[in-house]
Design a protein around this ligand. Structure first.
Ligand code: SF4
Length: 379
């Protein structure tokens, strides 16, 4: 039987850099560079895609950057390589990230015609003053136009990104963003807390930024679960909510440690037990250099830690039996902090599975560090 595989394709072009962004993207790139990049990307895909005899591709994700800045024929070329060099499942989930105001109805119709069946739109906030503070180039009404065009073009699976804990943001404004977005009923919503990353515009202005305090962020996180649940969404991952059956199949691969191959600059892969990432060096990429960074096979211990960390991001949590098997004894007896967190309402044990509660999700990094330190001491 063939193994299932996901493909990630990084399109590193943006109109301008947002204030918080540390993704690998090259703002202000012209069409010539995008065409050169596509040509090299296709060459590498032809060379490196694994045999269609062995793998069936059932998720594809165009991420960025802003993939919808690519000329349509470039996207078509990439999809052509995928179709001709892999066994692309007829039911594959094929997602394209998209920024409001970078596409029109004709562009979206063309995406749909070429087989892209899921759109992930970066909104971040419904308040124009917050969008301005984030350095986004679009307004809420731009988003509404893109969203309506996407529906008209036939997209029946749309995800929208929001952010919280942002400059100018308050609990009330975030709640309004959640209500306004949920009223539109996209199939999927991701909402991430702002992190100030090194090298970003926000890192340079850090001292002058007025950000919500941690208690407010906690309230925001709880509001998210409350409001989205009331609108029929289910939290299936720490920051991701979906209507029934509309979880991101591609992103679930990452959290379930299933195989995926990334193509393009700064793309990461996890394939056959080995993790590796390609360099951010655009010049080297275009010159055909293979610069692989961070190539490593996980030791048994690292694979276990990763299994715990990724598995607990999911609302379904970890299977207690599997955990016992890996630990050599029951998790509650091996990990004293697990008992404490269950007693204090940060974690639950239900139907033989361990998972975070809503308040546990918010402080999950701290809890995970303690659980893993227990593992090191006792296992
Ligand atoms: S559009 Fe996305 S990838 Fe581009 S700069 Fe903004 S956040 Fe980064």
């Amino acid at each position: 039987m063939k193994q299932s595989l996901g493909i990630y394709i990084h399109i590193p072009f943006c109109i301008r850099k947002c204030n918080y962004c540390d993704f690998c993207s090259f703002p202000g790139s012209g069409e010539d560079l995008m065409r050169d990049y596509t040509r090299e990307l296709c060459r590498r895909m032809e060379r490196d895609l694994p045999s269609p005899e062995l793998y069936e591709v059932d998720t594809v994700y165009f991420g960025g950057g802003t993939p919808t800045l690519l000329p349509l024929d470039c996207l078509e070329d990439i999809l052509h390589i995928l179709r001709s060099h892999t066994d692309l499942s007829p039911t594959a989930e094929i997602t394209c990230e998209c920024n409001p105001a970078t596409v029109d109805l004709a562009y979206l119709r063309a995406l749909r015609c070429m087989g892209i069946n899921r759109l992930s739109i970066g909104l971040q906030s419904v308040h124009d003053r917050e969008l301005l503070a984030l350095g986004r180039l679009h307004s809420f009404s731009d988003f509404l136009a893109t969203y309506r065009d996407a529906r008209e073009a036939g997209f029946e699976n749309i995800s929208v990104d929001l952010m919280y804990g942002i400059p100018e943001g308050t609990l009330e404004s975030f709640r309004k963003s959640l209500h306004a977005l949920a009223d539109l009923a996209p199939e999927h919503i991701s909402a991430y807390g702002l992190k100030i990353e090194e090298g970003t515009a926000f890192a340079r202005m850090k001292d002058s930024l007025s950000l919500p305090d941690e208690d407010t962020e906690f309230e925001m996180y709880l509001s998210m679960t409350e409001i989205l649940s009331a609108h029929g969404y289910r939290k299936y991952e720490i920051s991701n909510f979906s209507k029934d059956g509309r979880q991101s199949r591609h992103n679930l691969r990452y959290w379930k440690r299933q195989d995926y191959l990334g193509f393009g600059v700064a793309a990461h892969s996890c394939f056959d037990g080995v993790r590796f990432g390609s360099s951010r060096d655009m010049k080297g990429f275009l010159a055909g250099k293979d610069i692989t960074e961070e190539r490593y096979s996980l030791s048994e211990e690292e694979a276990f830690e990763e299994w715990v960390m990724l598995g607990l991001r999911l609302a379904e949590g970890l299977d207690g039996e599997e955990w016992s098997r890996r630990l050599g004894r029951s998790p509650k007896s091996a990990l004293p902090s697990l008992r404490t967190y269950i007693d204090r309402g940060f974690m639950t044990e239900k139907d033989g599975r361990y998972s975070f509660t809503d308040k546990g999700f918010f402080v999950s990094n701290t809890i995970l560090a303690e659980l893993l330190s227990d593992c090191e001491k006792n296992c």
